[in-house]
Each structure stands twice: as C-alpha cells, then as structure tokens.
Ligand binder design. Sequence first.
Ligand code: ATP
Ligand code: MG
Length: 337
Amino acid sequence: MKKTILTGLRVNSELTLGNYLGALLPMVRLANKHSKDYNINIFVPDLHSIISDIDGNLKSNTIRSIKYYLAAGLELNDNIHIYRQSRVPAHAELAWVLNCIATMGEMSRMTQYKEKSEGRDSANVGIFDYPVLMAADILLYDATFVPVGEDQFQHIELTRNLAQRFNNRFGETFTVPEETKKQVEFMGVNNGIRIRDLVNPEKKMSKSTAGDNCKIMLSDDPARAAKKIMSATTDSLERIDFNLETQPGISNLLQIEALVNDISLDETIREWSGETRYGELKKQVAASVTTLLANFQEKLAAISDDDVEKLLPKGEAYANTIADKKLTEVYEKIGLR
Ligand code: ATP
Ligand code: MG
C-alpha cells in the first residue's frame, strides 16, 4: 500500500515567511519529489482556523491557501489530493472518538495551548482540543509523514500516542506516523524549522503576533519586507556565528538565507561565520527575501479562483472515501457498528 504524506495550513489569516519556510515549501518540495510513490494529501484545515479570530473571509482565505501551494511550485498530478477539512465530516467524528481516549493531563501539557490560552478562562475549548482534531486529520489517512514546523512536533507525538493507545485497546487500526526525528530526516533538514520573530528573536515568528515588524507576510511589498530584515534585532557580539542561545537574531537570518536559497544551513554558516559586518548579512538576506516574495507574488497573481475550485471535487471525493472507510473501521472496533 502506498504511504501518505499529509499537511495543512490554517487559514485564519495570511501566511508569514515562517509558515512558508517551515511548512509550505517543505511540503511542496516533498510532494514534487515523492508524488509518484506516495499519496500527497494537502488539506485546508478550515475547522482548525476558527479557533482564532478570522482575519478576512474564511472562504476566500481557503481558496488563497491552495493558491499558495501552486505559487510555491506544487506540480499537480493524480496522486495529489487537495480537500477542505469541513467537507470531510469524518475528521470531526474521529476527533470525538479520540477525545474519549486522550487525557486531560497530556492535553494540558501542550505548549501551544499554554501559549495561546495564556491561562485565560475565556480561551475557547477549541484551543485546548485542536491537537486531537489534528490527530484525527492524520490518522484517518494513515499518514506516515506530516511535514510541519518545530512548534507542531509535540502534536505529532500526541498523535503517535493516541494511535498506539487506540491500537492497543481496540486492535490494530491506525498507522502510527513516524517519530519527529525521522520526519525531519525525511524533510531533508538538520532540525525542526523554527523561523524567529524579527523583533523578538527568542520567540518564533507567528502570524497572530501583533507587531508588523515582527513578521514578514507573504503579501508584503518586497521593499517593505527588505526593510524589516534590515531592522531585525541582532546582538552586540559583532561576530557572526550560528548560536540560537547567544545570537538568535543572527542565527535566524542565517537560517532564512539557507532555506530561501535551498542551500544547506551548514554551508551558509561556513560562508558567514567569523564575519563582523552584520549589515552585509542583512543586505544579502533582504535581497534573497525580496526575490522570493516578488517571484511568489507574481505566480500567485496568475492563478485564478477557478483554477483552484476545479481541483476540489475530485480531492474531496477521494478524501471522503478513504476517511469514511477508516471511520467505519473505528466505529466497528469500539462497538458502534
Ligand atoms: P498562529 O499564530 O495563528 O498560531 P502560526 O504562524 O503559528 O500562526 P500555524 O497555523 O499555527 O501558524 O502553523 C502553520 C504551519 O506553519 C505549521 O506547520 C507550523 O509548524 C508552521 N510554522 C508556524 N510558524 C513557524 C515558524 N516560525 N517557523 C517554521 N514553521 C512555522
Ligand atoms: Mg501556531
């Protein structure tokens, strides 16, 4: 049986350079490389999107998100399945079943939940529970590889735990996704990717961060994005080195430079380490990001809503067939059928 690679990007707002380099581009590269031998599932997690406020219109954000993959270079073929989560009811149904085997303790330990809820009583339950829905998204399709940024690794581990627990309790049902170390190897990167906030480089770049200078959006005017790079926070050590503890800002720039140009981080580090002029590095990274955004935006503008909408019926018919079959098996195992 063909293995499955699966990913999804929330569409509560536009995407950042962090989403692009950490999730979108790795998926596109994996898809283009492996789509002959693997099923490639690219879904729009519209149900996940509503755990946060929606910036813009959910429907058009959904279409735009699929355009992003195409603009990033995704080559379509019959093994690539594109679908909207809310059009495949089995996701929400399996999430409920998994809710009943997940524990409050393990869910409360999720870092993303702690960060997003900030201990507020008013935080919605979706923020707490979305990792279970994410597990359902993955397990319904027996996905082996799930290319995501480092912040989602804990959720992949949770998915593995829930799959194993279900299999132990009710008999072999789900494929357990690969552990994150293997996922990273498969993605062809040294470590999980975590692009930093440009102003506060100890934090990751996030689309929900308020400050405009903290993040580069994929729709940013390239010249504006270049300015943000030029004013990124660095340090006073005056010597370039890759060290996320002592030089997170500089290390972030090195990471961006490597990923944008598809060269290894080691090679980029070799080229720059020991240099003293931070301005030179910033200029180089600003130029790389400018070219990336200009090319990306040009391609994006050439893709119509129709181009995207015509892909969905086939992708959604496929997804419903696979997902319903798995859900029926789950219902049989637990005695509901
Ligand atoms: P939010 O602030 O709304 O949580 P986000 O920028 O963290 O937004 P998500 O929708 O949570 O984005 O994540 C989408 C994908 O992008 C995930 O695979 C996640 O791992 C990846 N990702 C998010 N931020 C980064 C980052 N700074 N570096 C690398 N990958 C990232
Ligand atoms: Mg996030």
